[in-house]
Design a protein. Structure first.
Length: 116
């Protein structure tokens, strides 16, 4: 029985500007997968934002030594190998340059990015 798999090479995907920096997004068009997977290069100018419906899971691949995440009014130090589950309504932004793998459920929707 052949396996049914979807394979993506993130290096081959076009980068899309986002409030965090540049994202490469995969599996948007896969009907039987409930989410999307992103590799995002976070810029120093990442904007504080939140989502009303989306849950994001950040897995830190690369970080500057002083990298942080702002989660509502709290800032926490982050480093490669850490993972943060960000539920709807949590205002968040990355502080410092970093590369992050993000799993988004349900599928990413750019109309669900909100700014104060």
């Amino acid at each position: 029985m052949p396996l049914s798999c979807d394979i993506v090479d993130f290096a081959a995907l076009d980068g899309i500007a986002c409030p965090c920096g540049v994202a490469r997004r995969a599996f948007q068009d896969v009907a039987d997968w409930p989410g999307t997977v992103h590799v995002t290069e976070i810029s120093a100018e990442a904007r504080l934002h939140y989502h009303r419906r989306l849950t994001e899971t950040y897995y830190f691949l690369e970080c500057e030594p002083d990298a942080e995440m702002q989660l509502n009014d709290e800032k926490i130090h982050v480093h490669p190998g850490m993972c943060i589950l960000i539920r709807p309504g949590v205002r968040h932004r990355a502080i410092g340059r970093m590369k992050v793998l993000i799993v988004v459920i349900p599928k990413f929707d750019p109309t669900d990015e909100w700014f104060d």
